[in-house]
Design a protein around this ligand. Structure first.
Ligand code: DGJ
Length: 550
């Protein structure tokens, strides 16, 4: 009798088990959250660093073609892919949606343990309208186009048409509703890019009749009030151009912003931003995950897009958009990112070159500008060496270190350096130390080895303790506070982080830290003759504990 009660209980547990596991709680929805001074992306309830890569434009249109690509991407230590969903394939017939490619893209991401950022190629992709369905392409009366100054029509959808907006918003909300239905438990989709590099090509503004009619209207009070509200934070270039036009607060676009390229661009930026905001709002009403827009930023860029000096206009017109992001293909990466990382805009880089500078730029964006993510473009084609390429190697190291990085971003205890011939020595102050960083010597006493660059992030992980991850760096520490003026190495380890857990490798000592035995010279300089140095090509991780003496 006793035994059969036990048996019954066991049978009961067994029968209940599947129901129980099905009830496993859904993961929390991805969101942006302010932690300390920085905004971070929260995925599955935890801060998340996007170590991403964007798939080349057409590769998500065939699941068969995509399959080996996704496996390759996962093997390259990416944790996230950015991939397009195309309006024409989603809604081939008006009102009839085909979600098979979306389902396949999400499934392949899950199968490869990748998170997914979906790019909505709707009304515009690179300013053009090539991804709209053919029932939109063919009906130019219902879906009007941009006209150039020569009176000729283009393939580009007009931003002033409510019908264009309505059709795009309907498709995008259907997409977001579907993602909610299939992904609310797994949360594979973590962000959405709305449209792609919007703006007018070949002129400063649309010259269609409807555009001209709008252009002669008064500037909306909503824009002026919004700009005035954010007066103290206006982007310097925007502020200057508005001042040059006389800082007027009422009148037509030409009256207020000038009869010039700037006036035209503000006009287009306002209307693009309003349109994209409405699309975003429609999508968020279905499923409210973070959504961003991306900007084409080379000198000849489509006018009206979210380039840095139009951020103030976009901010007022498009409050539903969470981040304005740059696509960076120019060499001046470090000059561009501060323009997109400012008091109210966190840094996310959805597209950039996947060359050898890519890894150093990833380190810099994450360490110096608290980037929430980084994503080279066309990774399946452009990351030449999937094992030893700079991006896969860097992502492997950064992936393990990510929890420590995210924590340090929130605490403000992380920075980054890049060293090159024009900038051979950098001294930073952190955690009570001046840290002199330079390219490592090949061997003790030999000429400096100057590869293309040496770079790294430096984290002050505890009092007198630093984690440095980088390539070809060496560092000399000196106390910067009152008290003992010499810093010695208490211990130095190389190692790796695995999901935020330190796994020490060699304890570095002896020849591995020594660089100068002239103790008279060294002690006069308050130095010890030792150095913290990366020895292997890297990127690697060093953890150093220091002590101070006189
Ligand atoms: C930026 C665009 O956003 C991408 O889709 C792609 O067209 C690249 N430029 C160029 O390859």
């Amino acid at each position: 009798m006793k035994l059969s009660a036990k048996l019954l209980a066991l049978i009961g547990m067994f029968l209940c088990a599947p129901a129980f596991s099905q009830q496993k709680a859904a993961k929390p929805i991805p969101r942006l959250e302010k932690r300390g001074q920085v905004t971070q992306l929260i995925v599955d309830g935890q801060p998340y660093l996007v170590l991403g890569g964007e798939l080349h434009n057409s590769n998500t249109s065939s699941l068969e073609y995509l399959k080996p690509i996704m496996a390759k991407v996962a093997a390259m230590h990416f944790n996230t892919v950015l991939g397009a969903v195309n309006w024409d394939l989603l809604e081939p017939e008006e009102g009839k949606f085909d979600f098979s490619l979306v389902d396949g893209l999400i499934k392949q991401s899950r199968d490869n343990k990748l998170k997914l950022v979906i790019l909505w190629f709707g009304s515009w992709k690179n300013g053009m309208s090539h991804y709209v369905p053919d029932w939109v392409k063919k009906d130019q009366a219902r879906f009007p186009r941009v006209k150039m100054g020569n009176g000729k029509s283009t393939e580009t959808l007009n931003v002033f048409s409510p019908e264009n907006l309505k059709a795009d918003a309907k498709a995008f909300s259907a997409l977001m509703k579907h993602i909610k239905a299939i992904d609310s438990k797994e949360r594979t989709v973590i962000m959405i890019q709305v449209e792609n590099e919007v703006g007018i090509h070949g002129d400063n503004r649309d010259r269609s009749d409807v555009a001209n009619a709008n252009f002669s209207k008064q500037v909306p009070a909503e824009l002026i009030t919004g700009l005035q509200k954010h007066q103290a934070e206006l982007q310097p270039e925007f502020k200057q151009a508005w001042e040059k036009a006389g800082s007027k607060t009422a009148g037509t676009w030409e009256d207020v912003f000038g009869k010039n390229a700037f006036g035209d661009e503000v006009f287009m930026a306002w209307h693009y931003a309003k349109y994209v905001n409405a699309i975003t709002a429609a999508g968020k009403a279905e499923y409210n995950v973070p959504m961003y827009v991306n900007a084409w930023i080379s000198p000849v860029y489509p006018r009206g897009g979210p380039v840095a000096y139009m951020h103030d206009v976009w901010r007022v017109a498009a409050p539903k958009i969470d981040i304005f992001t740059p696509d960076i293909y120019q060499p001046d990466f470090k000059g561009i990112i501060p323009l997109f990382h400012h008091s109210w805009n966190p840094l996310f880089i959805p597209e950039c070159a996947a060359d050898s500078a890519g890894a150093s730029n990833a380190y810099y964006a994450i360490g110096m500008h608290n980037a929430i993510g980084y994503s080279p473009f066309a990774i399946e084609d452009r990351v030449a060496d999937p094992i030893n390429g700079p991006i896969p190697k860097a992502y492997k190291v950064l992936g393990g270190l990510a929890p420590i990085i995210l924590d340090a971003q929130a605490k403000g205890t992380i920075t980054a350096v890049t060293i090159n011939k024009s900038n051979p020595v950098q001294t930073i102050n952190m955690g009570g130390y001046n840290i002199e960083l330079r390219t490592r010597r090949k061997k003790m006493g030999t000429e400096r080895y100057l590869p293309n660059s040496s770079y790294g992030i430096i984290i002050n992980s505890a009092p007198d303790e630093f984690i440095i991850s980088g390539v070809n760096l060496e560092a000399i520490f000196a106390p910067s506070t009152a008290g003992p003026q010499i810093a010695g190495i208490a211990s130095l380890w190389e190692g790796v982080y695995d999901n935020g857990k330190w796994k020490p490798g060699r304890r570095l000592n002896g020849d591995n830290i020594m660089q100068n035995y002239n103790m008279t010279e060294q002690s006069t300089k308050n130095q010890t003759g030792t150095v913290v140095r990366f020895e292997n090509p890297g990127p690697g991780i060093l953890k150093v504990k220091l002590y101070k003496f006189d």
